[in-house]
Design a protein around this ligand. Structure first.
Ligand SMILES: [Ca+2]
Length: 307
């Protein structure tokens, strides 16, 4: 009698535990699907408004194609644009890729080193107080050989990293790959605020828009002195530069001799823009990165993040 009562109690106990676990499981399932539904709804709304923003921006870009020049004043580049579209908060940040150094151009297609780009990259690293030789890691990443340059890295390094990569011996396919570079990658991990996207790109043509290029990048070329660069920056605050050739006449500090070294690298209009659109709905945030070539009206790249 006592035995069978004990068995019944055990069975009841097991059933209760089973019911309790099932309830917990269903609750969690229900909650997570609710979360998914909320997130999905927000994503649909945000994606909609991001796409509307892209349509509007394309019209602005198209209109500006006829401008004589692109400057920080007239062209959305100076500060983020913030607005609200049907309860979705939108932030648009636009960067001019033609104000940045194309890291892929450090190695010419025939394998030779582009000394101009190499020097500029080394100088940018120096501005961050990083070791200049880390610039060689850019070269080793791209060049076809597996000979390690000082400060660089090839297969023997990359195959022993957590990701067990091979040295790509090819061009960078995005800027995030900089985080995998020897030395520089470790520095990225320790310094969240290191943002080399301000200086580097993989899209520009080694001609820099004189209206938008930063003084830091001009300094990295080592072709103009600080006085000349400062005078250029001051001039640019007041006037849009529509013609490069007459600049030494307009800016007395600019030495014509020095300027003749740099003018081949300059232009007044930009081709490629990097647009970041952030959409916030309730507690959800989505981001779209859109690379746009205004000159031919083509989207180079579009990616949604936060999904
Ligand atoms: Ca290599």
């Amino acid at each position: 009698m006592t035995n069978s009562r004990g068995s019944i109690l055990i069975i009841i106990g097991v059933i209760s535990l089973l019911i309790f676990s099932l309830t917990l499981f269903y609750n969690q399932l229900f909650q997570s699907s609710l979360f998914d539904i909320g997130k999905k709804k927000a994503y649909i709304r945000c994606k909609n408004e991001i796409e509307n923003t892209i349509v509007a921006l394309k019209k602005i870009f198209e209109k500006s194609r006829e401008n004589n020049c692109d400057s920080l004043h007239d062209f959305l580049l100076a500060a983020p644009i913030i607005y609200n579209l049907n309860d979705v908060n939108i932030i648009v940040k636009i960067q001019d890729e033609d104000s940045k150094i194309n890291i892929n151009q450090i190695v010419y297609p025939d394998g030779k080193i582009n000394n101009f780009i190499e020097k500029s990259i080394r100088n940018i690293l120096k501005f961050y107080k990083l070791t200049e030789d880390w610039g060689n890691a850019f070269i080793d990443w791209i060049d076809a050989d597996n000979i390690t340059l000082p400060g660089g890295a090839e297969n023997d390094y990359y195959s022993n990293t957590v990701n067990k990569l091979l040295a790509p011996n090819n061009y960078f396919s995005n800027l995030d790959e900089l985080k995998l570079l020897k030395n520089l990658g470790g520095y990225f991990e320790k310094n969240n605020d290191l943002y080399l996207g301000e200086y580097f790109t993989i899209y520009s043509d080694n001609k820099y828009n004189i209206n938008t290029v930063s003084d830091t990048i001009l300094k990295s070329f080592e072709l103009l002195d600080n006085l000349e660069i400062e005078a250029l920056m001051q001039f640019r605050k007041k006037f849009q530069i529509k013609d490069i050739n007459n600049l030494p006449d307009l800016i007395p500090e600019l030495q014509r001799k020095n300027f003749e070294y740099i003018d081949d690298y300059l232009k007044v209009k930009s081709d490629i823009f990097n647009i970041e659109i952030i959409a916030k709905k309730d507690k959800y945030i989505f981001k779209c990165i859109w690379l746009y070539n205004r000159t031919n009206g083509q989207t180079i790249y579009k990616k949604y993040l936060g999904i």
